[in-house]
Design a protein around this ligand. Structure first.
Ligand SMILES: Cc1cc2nc3c(=O)[nH]c(=O)nc-3n(C[C@H](O)[C@H](O)[C@H](O)COP(=O)(O)OP(=O)(O)OC[C@H]3O[C@@H](n4cnc5c(N)ncnc54)[C@H](O)[C@@H]3O)c2cc1C
Length: 289
């Protein structure tokens, strides 16, 4: 039986050093993807670098310009956080859909991002909210937009020794809110066939002044569609603007066909979910929820 090293660094610099020097090192969050992949033979980690004991890697904090979520924070803490529920109800919805309560107790936000599954539920909601990722590495810190992390299924831009240490989400403006919906073939414990997120900001007259949509599981990486966002801005989110946005988003989808659904079905569901997500985000933004 293979022997795996387990390390529990106490600082970011120690973790970076171990990730860069231990053969076959993987960052370990909750292990809900990594340990399953190890058992199935999909990945063979030589060393687990547990990042949960590093100060600042766990926890949710409101800062001057943004919310900071430590990358190892379990999704259950996000799903039950009152401040986040008010600021980003869509992100909270996404975190609360991951697996089960037991899975959410282990599953970290950073792991959901770095596992690089196109179907990861938190990712469209983070992208719609313009989240930035803090990447720690040998050279120090760098920041990237959440949508720039993945290159394809299971592949990220992270280099040797690098890991995501925090997620920064800009504080919402007045009359700005979000929503996330996904479709799964059964009522729980399944991964998204399609996930759709939207963040909208309205003015006092209900006119859309900022919009960002994001779709999951319809392309190798999370999808943003700037041209679909653009048709919403300046509109009253009337049927014409929403239909134009949905049509552009569907045209940008590049889904696969698999046993969960055909590409055609996924494109159709993306349109349905996006339309509903926009309606929920608009209502929340108008109500100041
Ligand atoms: C029963 C079950 C149901 C599930 N249901 C869902 C679901 O509905 N929706 C969904 O989106 N997911 C689901 N998942 C997948 C999984 O729970 C999530 O992707 C989870 O968020 C992964 O987090 P983790 O901390 O467990 O990651 P880990 O398994 O610890 O790590 C996953 C990968 O990311 C890397 N990694 C972890 N943290 C970092 C970091 N900070 N920086 C760099 N790399 C890092 C690891 O090296 C590994 O390659 C499910 C899993 C199970 C077992």
């Amino acid at each position: 039986m293979a022997v795996h090293a387990y390390r529990a660094p106490q600082s970011i610099s120690e973790a970076v050093g171990l990730l860069a020097s231990e053969p076959g090192a993987f960052a370990l969050g909750g292990g809900t993807d990594l340990l399953v992949q190890q058992r199935s033979g999909a990945r063979s980690p030589g060393a687990f670098i547990d990042i949960k004991r590093i100060p600042g890697l766990l926890g949710i904090e409101l800062q001057e310009a943004c919310w900071r979520i430590g990358a190892a924070t379990p999704c259950i803490d996000i799903a039950s956080h009152e401040g986040l529920q008010h600021a980003f109800p869509g992100l909270v919805e996404a975190a609360g859909l991951i697996g089960s309560k037991q899975v959410q107790g282990r599953a970290s936000l950073g792991g959901n991002l770095c596992n690089a599954s196109p179907a990861a539920d938190s990712v469209p909601a983070l992208v719609a909210n313009r989240a930035m990722l803090v990447i720690s590495g040998v050279q120090g810190e760098r920041h990237i937009a959440a949508e720039c992390l993945t290159l394809g299924p299971g592949k990220t831009v992270l280099g040797s020794g690098e890991f995501v240490s925090a997620v920064l989400i800009p504080r919402p403006q007045t009359r700005q809110s979000d929503a996330y919906l996904r479709f799964i073939p059964r009522t729980e414990m399944d991964i998204a066939v399609v996930g759709a997120a939207a963040s909208l900001q309205l003015d006092a007259e209900g006119r859309c002044v900022a919009a960002r949509i994001s779709l999951g599981a319809v392309a190798p990486t999370v999808l943003t569609v700037p041209e679909a966002d653009a048709v919403l801005v300046g509109s009253l989110l009337d049927a014409g603007a929403v239909s134009a946005c949905v049509a552009l988003a569907q045209a940008a989808c590049n889904p696969i066909s698999d046993r969960r659904g055909t590409a055609e079905f996924r494109r159709h569901v993306a349109g349905v979910l996006l339309r509903r997500t926009l309606a929920i985000a608009a209502r929340r933004a108008a109500e100041g929820v």
